[in-house]
Write a protein that binds this ligand. Structure first.
Ligand code: SF4
Ligand code: SF4
Length: 442
């Protein structure tokens, strides 16, 4: 029987067998971006699992160095795809970060204040986040941002603040609630064959609300009645990946209340990171007799939009003789490729768009350095990975990078802007929506 660590509060709840599974073969090392960049055992999956096991065994105390190490890991899960022993690195990673937070070893007044404002407050109620987005929109549209940059007042700020300001995304004119109806009926001649729930997300809604609109349109064109309430909650992945298991649990319950899984054929996510987390609510709620069965059903019904469209047999757009060919490459979101194993479907959708020439990206599933908030907390490593990604993109000669995760999209947009590269980043479903719209106007 699996030995649990219930009597060791630092690792409470983690099955000890999860740590025992690693046979130290090292097959994961060559796919690990942090190991590849540093060549240090502790910065690779094998080293991290060994450190976690030593702490669990009581051979090593929980230390600040270990807490920092778990935040140096990207959580990209490439190691999980490579591991022949099936080590559940995602679970180890989440527990390790939770333990790092519980230990308080990383605490300092600035870090604590930032976490309290963002993870504990802003992302617990998306109305707050969208209000902040509205203020940022004013800051950008009233020309205050332009003035500050032009007047060089920014130069008086610390360098890191200047870098963060330069990364501020452009806030769209409207958020999803003003573009998407609560219930969008199936379009065209088709009757609604499916009823699906659609998650608008947090960063996705704040920065890429037009992608949400495109996704709802594409679903409706393919026989889905789409339910997407105006007030939604964060899926909790930000919290789970930053050691806030209890908050992640609360948000999972909010989602189950908002989208009872027995009322829908599928619950659709269009962001790799959110979908990957939402497929594992049962792991957070398994000890709750009321929510556990609902979470199990929920996990089975969560679908990434590419996966769902393939499953229901979406309609490929018709040829468009007037359109010129565009070279597109596909950068895989880590959590879509490694977390959800959705790799074939986005490519197949892109192939079906008549005027696109899909060029395979070297190292397409290598992390771009975005990794949630990794590019904010680990800028040096994040920039190295971004550089590597952009160099690979340039080899393809593509003018569009298709990608299915808001974090990666933002990272690439900033990378292209900084290097003055005329390359666009577009969600594959937005490209499909565009092809459908062209069909409508012909
Ligand atoms: S999650 Fe990514 S960065 Fe972390 S150990 Fe695995 S491959 Fe390396
Ligand atoms: S591939 Fe899996 S079993 Fe082998 S060292 Fe890496 S984590 Fe351990």
């Amino acid at each position: 029987m699996a030995e649990t660590l219930k009597n060791k509060p630092r690792w409470a709840g983690l099955e000890y067998s999860t740590l025992q599974q690693c046979m130290r073969c090292g097959l994961c090392l060559s796919v690990c971006p942090t190991f590849t960049e540093t060549r240090r055992e502790r910065h690779g999956p094998r080293g991290r699992v060994a450190l976690a096991r030593s702490i669990a065994d009581g051979k090593m105390p929980m230390s600040r160095a270990f807490a920092q190490e778990v935040y140096f890991c990207l959580g990209c899960l490439a190691c999980m795809s490579a591991c022949p022993a099936g080590v559940d690195y995602a679970t180890i990673f989440e527990h390790a970060r939770a333990e790092a937070e519980k230990s308080g070893l990383l605490d300092n007044p600035i870090r604590n204040a930032i976490r309290k404002t963002t993870v504990h407050w802003l992302f617990m109620d998306l109305r707050r986040l969208l209000f902040l987005g509205w203020l940022m929109r004013l800051y950008q549209r009233l020309g205050i941002q332009w003035l500050l940059r032009k007047s060089r007042i920014m130069m008086l700020m610390p360098k890191r603040l200047q870098e963060l300001e330069a990364m501020t995304p452009k806030i769209p004119k409207k958020f999803s609630s003003r573009m998407i109806r609560v219930t969008t009926p199936a379009k065209g001649e088709k009757k609604a064959r499916y009823r699906v729930a659609f998650l608008t997300g947090c960063a996705q809604d704040l920065i890429f609300s037009q992608i949400n609109r495109d996704c709802v349109e594409v679903l409706a064109w393919n026989g889905c009645e789409v339910y997407s309430p105006k007030r939604q909650y964060c899926c909790g992945s930000l919290h789970a990946h930053n050691g806030e298991t209890e908050l992640a649990r609360l948000l999972a319950i909010k989602q189950l209340q908002q989208f009872p899984p027995d009322k829908f054929d599928a619950i659709i996510s269009n962001a790799g990171g959110c979908g990957s987390h939402m497929k594992h609510y049962h792991a957070f709620l398994k000890d709750d007799p009321h929510w556990a069965p609902k979470a199990k059903l929920w996990d089975a019904k969560v679908k990434d939009i590419h996966e769902w469209l393939e499953e229901i047999g979406y309609e490929p757009p018709p040829p468009n003789p007037k359109a010129t060919k565009t070279k597109v490459t596909y950068h895989e979101s880590c959590h879509l490729a490694h977390g959800q194993k959705v790799t074939r479907q986005p490519r197949s959708i892109l192939h079906s768009i008549p005027n696109l020439e899909l060029i395979e990206l070297p190292e397409s599933d290598w992390c771009c350095g975005s990794a949630g908030i990794y590019n904010i907390i680990q800028p040096v490593m994040a920039n190295k990975l971004l550089e590597r990604k952009i160099n690979n993109i340039l080899k393809t000669g593509a003018s569009i990078v298709a990608n299915g995760n808001s974090g990666c999209m933002l990272q690439l947009i900033n990378g292209f802007k900084e290097r003055n590269l005329p390359i666009r980043t577009v969600h594959p479903i937005s490209l499909l929506a565009e092809a459908y719209r062209q069909r409508e106007t012909r």
